[in-house]
Design a protein around this ligand. Structure first.
Ligand SMILES: NC(=O)c1ccc[n+]([C@@H]2O[C@H](COP(=O)([O-])OP(=O)(O)OC[C@H]3O[C@@H](n4cnc5c(N)ncnc54)[C@H](O)[C@@H]3O)[C@@H](O)[C@H]2O)c1
Length: 468
């Protein structure tokens, strides 16, 4: 039985632990989409080695906040020791627990501050089973060689489906009819109610969500145009429009799917509403700052915009309750008084399917990181991957050296590993932290131990792992 430090042993334990520096290159690499990682696709090799690492049962995983069953299953199937808790923990209990674990999985409520992470001496990786990573001190984690993964794109389909629903509900004024019926009023009208067939949907931001939406919308008889800062391959019969003004003047429905950036702040304001068609509709399920809400209120009051759906807001409450009021956003009451306006509480990505997909995506990223050292998709470390070691390479080892990004490090590292045959090597940096991965052939256990000791003694070292 190995100790908990096996994957990041202390110098004085090296001799005893040399046999545990090993890897499990099971080759289920993430395949980033064209909108994802800049790294090229890493294709699993058919003869990839499926060795188990250092005794996997010694990898301790703590999962908090009711992480989805899909994620729990993947980690348990690796043989890791998985402790699962339904809730988050108060800080003192979290500190007690985190001291012992190599992997922690959280959602949005657990705060992994520098104070907490300082106690996490064995921790090598954090999985945020959600979209946001604000709850983690990413810089502290990077500075200490702790990778952080999240799941930004698992809910793209859920958002796209919500938007499809909103397009129909707006075109038929269904929200208003339903509200009237709830108040006991029968109001059978067809004036200003439309089919969506043959209308034009304009998508701003043709990324993960925009592209999904495009396919769904076309299948329902809408024509699709899109505007994006990048030239992109249109799906189906969709068409990219280069000028925002031309785009806005053509669309019956405008739906925003851009990230929150300085350039996207207020990108739909008074001028853009002017340029839109009279009687058109606006949908925003991207980020709250993208639409200038007072300008939207004016455009709806004047009749220029026939309806709108908002899922996101400049200020959003931290929890559920009666918080969507004028204290939160000064225009709250004006907005709520408008007709044919769908307001939803940032639920675009909130489905059971999205939770399940998040469980799979994050657990796989954690497993790849523990077993292979791959950082594809990490939010705080450079993205580095090498193709898998194969069954034909029994005496190979994978060196992972996380280090300070300072001049002269690579020379020193290569002096150490250069005595061996370096089959492949990749290094990249992100801010002050760099990540080097090298596969070395024909090495025995003693040489692996020496490599480890030499790399650990370099002043630039943040963390060394050798997997085989
Ligand atoms: N409502 C929800 O619950 C929910 C859920 C998931 C994502 N989102 C939000 O949806 C938005 C889109 O997410 P995604 O996963 O499709 O992102 P993505 O990164 O895959 O795509 C964004 C696209 O916007 C384009 N873009 C960037 N700046 C632009 C600009 N100034 N003008 C035009 N295009 C620009 C990019 O080139 C890219 O194609 C994000 O803001 C995200 O936070 C909301």
């Amino acid at each position: 039985m190995t100790s908990a430090q096996d994957i990041r042993p202390r110098q004085d334990e090296l001799a005893a632990q040399a046999q545990y520096f090993s890897t499990s290159p099971n080759a289920s690499f993430h395949s980033p989409s064209s909108h994802g990682s800049a790294l090229t696709r890493t294709i699993p090799l058919p003869n990839a080695k499926h060795l188990k690492p250092f005794a996997t049962e010694d990898i301790k995983v703590l999962l908090l906040e009711n992480v989805n069953q899909t994620g729990r299953d993947i980690l348990s199937q690796q043989g890791y020791q998985v402790e699962f808790l339904k809730s988050s923990l108060p800080e003192d209990q979290l500190i007690e627990k985190i001291r012992d674990v190599h992997v922690i999985g959280i959602r949005s409520k657990t705060k992994l501050s520098a104070r907490v992470l300082k106690e996490a001496k064995n921790l090598i990786v954090i999985g945020c089973f959600c979209i946001g990573t604000n709850q983690v001190d990413l810089q502290y984690a990077a500075d200490h060689g702790i990778a952080v993964f999240n799941s930004p794109f698992s809910n793209s389909r859920s958002v796209a489906e919500l938007v499809i629903a909103e397009i129909i509900v707006l075109a038929r004024q269904l929200g208003d009819r339903s509200n009237e019926m709830h108040a006991g009023t029968w109001n059978k009208v067809s004036n200003g109610c439309w089919e969506i067939r043959g209308k034009t949907l304009g998508i701003i931001g043709y990324g993960h969500i925009g592209a999904q939406l495009s396919v769904l919308a076309e299948s329902m008889g809408l024509s699709v145009i899109f505007y994006d800062v990048v030239n992109l391959m249109a799906l189906g019969s969709a068409r990219q429009v280069d000028s925002m003004e031309a785009f806005l003047s053509e669309a019956d429905f405008v739906s925003c799917h851009v990230p929150e950036l300085p350039e996207t702040k207020g990108m739909i304001g008074a001028k853009q509403f002017e340029q839109m068609k009279k009687g058109s509709y606006l949908i925003n399920a991207s980020r709250g700052t993208v639409v200038d809400i007072p300008a939207l209120i004016d455009a709806m009051r004047s009749g220029k915009i026939a309806g709108a759906a908002l899922d996101v807001y400049p200020n959003e409450p931290a929890g559920n309750g009666d918080y969507f009021n004028s204290e939160l956003n000064s225009w709250g009451a004006d907005l709520r008084s408008l007709k044919n306006l769908i307001l939803s509480p940032h639920i675009g990505g909130s489905t059971e399917e999205a939770q399940s997909a998040i469980g799979v995506e994050v657990a796989q990223a954690l497993t790849r990181y523990v077993n292979e050292g791959t950082t594809l998709g990490a939010v705080n470390l450079p993205e580095v991957a090498l193709r898998s070691l194969t069954m034909d390479e029994p005496d190979h080892a994978r060196v992972i050296y996380i280090h300070q990004n300072i001049p002269g490090v690579l020379r020193k590292v290569n002096e150490i590993i250069g005595d061996h045959n370096v089959d492949k090597q990749m290094t990249d940096s992100r801010g002050d932290v760099a990540y080097l991965m090298a596969d070395i052939s024909n090495v025995n256990t003693t040489q692996i131990k020496d490599l480890y000791t030499s790399l650990e003694s370099l002043p630039s070292r943040i963390q060394t792992r050798i997997l085989y």
